[in-house]
Design a protein around this ligand. Structure first.
Ligand SMILES: Nc1ncnc2c1ncn2[C@@H]1O[C@H](COP(=O)(O)OP(=O)(O)OP(=O)(O)O)[C@@H](O)[C@H]1O
Length: 325
């Protein structure tokens, strides 16, 4: 768990980060979101002491980070920088093995772990281990950077615009792989992005920043449906409908009786496409628009409920949900 209390950073006379506090619970992904220059990277780098805070306190898993040598602290915190930070003259295997070398792991332990991780990241060691970064695509380089950050199994992972240099299609693909990586399920992650869609997809908890301050903290639904002020409202305006449909799930509809009544019960049409109740309304609309059917089955396997939605019943449920939020 990360606890930052009243942290600030002043560069010369610029207040890059101005008295902010936040907590990141174990296993949670927290996103620092905001426009360029609002203090996201500075905040992130204060957590592994690449930048030392001008004031405030930071503890990770109960230990004050200022009591630890920065180099030792950084061995327990994975870090993926904005520009992937791979050494150009090191092969993929050598890049991934940097931290194990510092930790004096033996060669076979390092190799086995590199193999396991690169396999998960779809870069098998046999095929890619000997290649150099400039022989890889941007998406592949980014995956090597993620493997390097994860190799020593640090409990905490910091990521600064990890997908920022990728084109939108590669970006969506690498992000999807990232979400599905079993390695990441237990990690406490802080991720910096200026991309709202990325923040909504990856963040359990999002801190929206402006001018060194946290303007609003909460989950995607809080941010899009209950903006704290005009800045927070305006920040999401250009993609509001998409973000609202992405933040609201079918389960939200199941939780509200009058929204729930907007669609039929007891689905039994086996030929309709299916989706989990945990999925967003947007995901449901996408399935419907790609399908020749005009309805889909939504399942909550825990409660053993399945219901049928059409596009118009999703729209009606969305209208009702908005009134409730
Ligand atoms: N080493 C430094 N010396 C002086 N000023 C700095 C330094 N690093 C950052 N700043 C300033 O601090 C402010 C916050 O910068 P920071 O990099 O944290 O923003 P950011 O939100 O991560 O932006 P971006 O998305 O563009 O990386 C900016 O005004 C920046 O110019």
């Amino acid at each position: 768990m990360i606890i930052a209390e009243h942290i600030s950073k002043i560069f010369n006379d610029i207040k890059a980060v101005d008295d902010i506090s936040f907590e990141v619970k174990e296993g949670e992904t927290m996103v620092l979101l905001g426009t360029s220059g609002c203090g996201k990277t500075t905040t992130l780098k204060m957590l592994n002491r690449l930048i030392d805070a001008s004031g405030g306190s930071i503890s990770i898993d109960g230990k004050n980070i200022f009591d630890q040598q920065p180099e030792i602290l950084r061995r327990t915190i994975g870090y993926v920088s904005q520009s992937n930070g791979l050494f150009p003259h090191y092969s993929v295997e050598e890049n991934v093995s940097v931290v194990p070398k510092l930790l004096k792991w033996d060669k076979s332990k390092t190799r086995n772990r590199a193999q396991e991780l690169l396999e998960q990241l779809k870069l098998p060691l046999e095929e890619f281990g000997h290649k150099y970064p400039d022989e890889l695509s941007g998406g592949q380089q980014q995956r090597v950077a993620i493997a390097r950050a994860l190799i020593s199994n640090p409990p905490v992972l910091l990521m600064d615009e990890p997908f920022g240099a990728l084109d939108p299609i590669t970006r969506a693909g690498v992000r999807k792989e990232f979400l599905e990586l079993p390695e990441l399920k237990q990690k406490t992650i802080v991720l910096v992005t200026h991309d709202v869609q990325e923040a909504f997809e990856l963040g359990d908890h999002i801190c929206l920043m402006d001018k060194g301050k946290i303007v609003q903290a909460g989950n995607a639904k809080d941010l899009i449906l209950k903006p704290a002020n005009a800045f927070a409202r305006n920040f999401f305006d250009h993609q509001r409908l998409f973000l609202e449909l992405s933040a609201l799930t079918f389960q939200d509809i199941l939780n509200i009786a009058d929204a729930d009544s907007a669609f039929q019960n007891n689905a039994d049409n086996a030929s309709l496409p299916e989706i989990s109740a945990k999925a967003s309304l947007w995901a449901g609309m996408e399935i419907l628009s790609a399908s020749s059917k005009d309805a889909l089955i939504v399942r909550n396997d825990t409660l053993n409920i399945s219901k049928i939605y059409t596009t118009s019943s999703i729209q009606e449920a969305y209208r009702i949900l908005k009134q409730h939020n």
